[in-house]
Design a protein around this ligand. Sequence first.
Ligand SMILES: NC(=O)C1=CN([C@@H]2O[C@H](COP(=O)(O)OP(=O)(O)OC[C@H]3O[C@@H](n4cnc5c(N)ncnc54)[C@H](OP(=O)(O)O)[C@@H]3O)[C@@H](O)[C@H]2O)C=CC1
Ligand SMILES: CC(=O)[C@@H](O)[C@H](O)COP(=O)(O)O
Ligand SMILES: [Mn+2]
Length: 379
Amino acid sequence: MKYISIIGSTGSIGTQTLELVRANKDLGVTALAAGSNVDLLEQQIREFHPHTAVLYDEQRAEELRLRVKDLEVQVLSGPEGLIEAASEPCCSLVVTAVVGMIGIKPTMAAIRAKKDIALANKETLVTAGHLIMPLAKEYGVSIYPVDSEHSAIFQCLQGESDRDVDSLIITASGGPFRTKTKEELKTVTLKDALKHPNWSMGKKITIDSATLVNKGLEVIEARWLFDIDFDRIKVVVQPQSIIHSMVQFQDGGVKAQLGTPDMKLPIQYALYYPERRFLPGDRLDFAALGSISFEEPPVDVLKGLSYAYDAGRTGGSMPAVLNAANEKAVALFLQEKISFTEIYDLIEDAMNAHHVIENPSLTEVLETEQWVYEFIESR
Ligand SMILES: NC(=O)C1=CN([C@@H]2O[C@H](COP(=O)(O)OP(=O)(O)OC[C@H]3O[C@@H](n4cnc5c(N)ncnc54)[C@H](OP(=O)(O)O)[C@@H]3O)[C@@H](O)[C@H]2O)C=CC1
Ligand SMILES: CC(=O)[C@@H](O)[C@H](O)COP(=O)(O)O
Ligand SMILES: [Mn+2]
């Protein structure tokens, strides 16, 4: 039996992870954590019987405590609750499926408790990769990528030697605004931005795909996961999202991982690595597909990717600035308080105003996040 904890169990990645638990009798759940969705977390507790359940929101946690008092489950709240869920003694792997920098501390706690990590929460590596990767090494913990592109690269790298790798080629769908002009982008709506062409995901990452910030975050995530320079990480638009990413080798050969757009494959690969398991679902029908195409990323219009290369190459606290400004800007866009293109303005202004801290500590990363929020609020 393999026991897992899921931080962010009520979201897109969390619920798909639980579908896999439901389908595989050798998986069990020790802890489930979410933000405020009391109804769904109650259902999940009744079905999966974790020892620990966490709602970040203390009031909702109190409501949950009353609702599940017939069960043997401890209900916790707040940042300490997330840390406890991530360090549950019986679990061997933590799925980090929470959205945003709130994932940093539970991920570090899980590593210190010697849990392997199935990492979906890319914001943690983007902002604190310089702390997370050495910590994982120190504690002998594996970090398995769940993000589809990074899982694809990880799959392509199996059986290969690092010294034979020339470059990583991350594919991008281009999002719903792939072919828009700068002028057209000014009038797009929230509804337009939430229509991802290929993937069904949480709202924040769906907006990030539309701005190309998602691809930028993924470039920085790849830099940490695969310990490779930015010059050797390339991005190509592959609008059908059939090729999930590729690795080019020194001899010119290229390996790609292909599949239908279904996150259950990368999640399952991370849960069972190095074993592959049967997974029901549609299979690719190449003849019916006819063709797959490639394009240059439209970096002059969708500026998220360029910001990320700049932030990544600058290093230090700059990726945290990019990420925090984006998290705040996307939240404002989702509340329809700013326009789509103002997401770029907020990121650019925050990055321009920031004085970089080299090799920031965790405290400095979190202070940088706070500085960005205050900077944006004071504008
Ligand atoms: N969805 C996808 O297909 C993919 C997602 N990812 C990455 O995975 C992560 C999760 O994305 P996704 O599943 O789409 O996001 P969702 O918005 O669907 O889910 C987010 C989850 O995080 C929980 N959460 C939010 N705030 C807190 C908090 N303060 N404390 C505890 N839990 C909290 C939510 O709980 P509640 O429901 O209560 O708000 C929910 O369970 C992101 O980093 C994303 O970039 C990467 C690749 C693909
Ligand atoms: C499923 C997944 O991993 C997402 O990150 C997805 O890749 C988003 O697609 P684009 O950012 O390429 O539109
Ligand atoms: Mn991805």
